[in-house]
Ligand binder design. Structure first.
Ligand code: ADP
Length: 225
């Protein structure tokens, strides 16, 4: 089995609400998978369980064969920092830090010295079309530029899997599609897998396959690309 990340029989309830009712989902190395479905169907819960942000009530999640859902918060947090990258709807950049330090932050949190982290962070700017933006603060960037900074930040640790939750939801359609293409290309170029929650079929079209969530179950297994 060569899945990089695999969730098996995942369930999660919030009180009476069944958010996940037994989901199997596996991702291969370098594969980009879109998760689609109506609002409230369980997409974010699935992403959060796979990413080790949330513990499922039952089932298991394995990263490269090792169970991660039963790890304590400390280990999961360290694992998220080193092996996963995240891009959210509103980039969630730190407004007081220049772009290059925002990108370098995950390296610094992982113990890389500041100067080295910033140097490595800056290497991502030109390839992502951000040359010259290194010293700008998030408030001085357009929405699309800010999301590209967030993509650089997600990739800077060279993660195994990048998770993106509606990464283009706050952008106009053209910028959103450009950003998504860049996210898929940059992730693949770095050999990472991508799991992206989106409402936009155009965005899903950049991925290798799409899975559909309805009422906490996967509707289509989604043929492997
Ligand atoms: P989606 O991402 O598809 O919009 P979610 O995974 O966010 O769906 O939510 C699935 C269901 O679980 C919804 O009914 C939602 O209201 C519920 N839910 C999600 N998170 C919580 C929470 N922290 N507390 C209570 N209910 C929640």
């Amino acid at each position: 089995m060569n899945d990089v990340l695999a969730g098996r029989a995942l369930t999660k309830r919030f009180g009476q609400t069944v958010a996940l009712a037994g989901v199997d989902m596996a991702v291969r190395p370098g594969e980009a998978v879109a998760i689609m479905g109506p609002s409230g169907s369980g997409k974010s819960t699935l992403l959060h369980c796979l990413a080790g942000i949330m513990k499922p009530d039952s089932g298991e999640v394995r990263l490269e064969g090792t169970r991660i859902d039963d790890m304590g918060e400390r280990r999961r947090s360290a694992l998220r920092r080193s092996r996963f990258g995240f891009v959210f709807q509103f980039g969630q950049l730190l407004p007081e830090l220049p772009a290059d330090e925002n990108v370098a932050l995950p390296l610094m949190l992982g113990g890389v010295a500041r100067a080295e982290a910033v140097r490595r962070g800056r290497e991502w700017f030109a390839p992502l079309g951000l040359g010259g933006m290194e010293a700008r603060r998030p408030g001085e960037l357009s929405g699309g530029q800010a999301q590209r900074v967030a993509i650089a930040r997600a990739l800077v640790t060279r993660p195994a899997v990048v998770f993106a939750d509606e990464p283009t939801g706050a952008l106009d359609q053209t910028t959103g599609h450009d950003t998504m293409r860049l996210l898929v290309e940059a992730t693949k170029h770095n050999g990472a897998s991508l799991i992206v929650v989106t409402h936009d079929p155009g965005v899903a079209g950049w991925c290798d396959r799409t899975v559909e969530v309805r009422d906490g179950v996967l509707l289509t297994a989604g043929a492997r690309a």
